[in-house]
Design a protein around this ligand. Structure first.
Ligand code: AMP
Ligand code: MG
Length: 297
């Protein structure tokens, strides 16, 4: 299978019920690919992405919102770092969402994400996102308690309601020119353990490790159940989820770059065409510059 076909198998089909365990292998790498070839392909993908981004920016019609969700140590940060490495910083922004502040808790749960949306022409990355509102908040009900909600809003059916709200929110974004791409970096529990141990054993990686990471790991099964429910309710035709194998970082990066490239390609982006008037202005400016006298060449 070619990479283009492989990435299609990572999409969670809308309206179907998936099981992470049965349908998605965290250790998958397309067997014909070796790491070296993949690195070359990633490089090409990054260059292609830079070209698309240039047109996206010039056209100033679409914005692209790229969401990354995953368990700790799945490679969100490093995927963002590598895949976006060719991009003009002027056309790109990254927001990493942490535990909400008191001000943020005083607003509706989409507020802080809404404020961070990319403007037209730009690629905006959410390192964690409003999906935490149906993940960590679901796994730890005490977080919901802190959200100051009226009792009707936090009662029975809350997660289905939030799924609907999120689907509607994304539909609104897409119909207004914001393309929404959602990546889940699918890491196995064993590989997480290996990466945590590396963070503990290598001094320059220590800063990445916090003891709460190990506490969260104890909720692994709850998280997987919450993620599955998210995919089964919020992978829509307008904003699909991609479940990306994450046990091999080189394959994760390659796949993410390929999905972004294919999505941008499908937009058929075009540099803006000049109006007759604007073209005339350019010609006049050219004449003026060329007829200048007295300047050293
Ligand atoms: P990290 O991304 O590893 O720096 O950690 C950020 C932490 O913030 C994680 O433990 C998340 O679970 C937590 N977090 C992110 N968004 C929310 C949210 N909406 N409510 C509660 N905790 C959150
Ligand atoms: Mg962390």
């Amino acid at each position: 299978m070619k990479l283009d076909q492989i990435i299609k198998t990572f999409v969670v089909p809308s309206g179907k019920t998936i099981s992470l365990k049965r349908d998605y292998d965290p250790a998958y790498t397309a067997d014909y690919l070796n790491k070296e070839d993949a690195q070359k392909m990633l490089q090409d993908g990054i260059e292609q992405l830079a070209k698309y981004q240039d047109i996206l920016y010039a056209q100033n019609t679409y914005a692209v919102l790229i969401i990354f969700q995953a368990m700790d140590a799945a490679g969100k940060d490093s995927t963002i770092k590598h895949v976006m490495s060719g991009i003009n910083p002027q056309g790109c922004q990254v927001f990493s969402f942490k535990v909400p502040s008191a001000e943020e808790l005083d607003h509706d749960y989409l507020w802080r994400y809404f404020k961070a949306l990319p403007e037209r022409g730009r690629i905006g990355i959410f390192n964690r996102s409003y999906y935490e509102e149906v993940l960590v908040v679901r796994v730890h009900p005490e977080i919901l308690e802190r959200q100051q909600l009226p009792s009707a809003a936090k009662g029975k059916g809350i997660w289905e309601r939030r799924f609907d709200e999120i689907n509607n929110f994304e539909k609104y974004l897409v119909s207004n020119g914001v393309i929404v791409l959602k990546f889940f970096l699918n890491l196995s529990k064993q590989e997480q353990k290996k990466r945590f141990l590396k963070r503990i054993n290598q001094p320059e990686k220590n800063w990445k490790f916090s003891s709460s990471d190990v506490r969260e790991r104890a909720y692994w099964d709850d998280y997987m159940a919450a993620y599955e429910d998210v995919f089964n309710h919020t992978s829509t035709k307008w904003a699909p989820w991609y479940v990306i194998p994450a046990d091999h970082k080189w394959f994760t990066r390659l796949s993410v770059a390929a999905v972004i490239d294919r999505t941008l390609e499908s937009l058929n982006l075009q540099y803006p065409t000049l109006s007759q008037e604007h073209r005339q202005e350019l010609l006049e400016a050219k004449e003026m510059l060329e007829s200048e006298t007295g300047d050293a060449e």
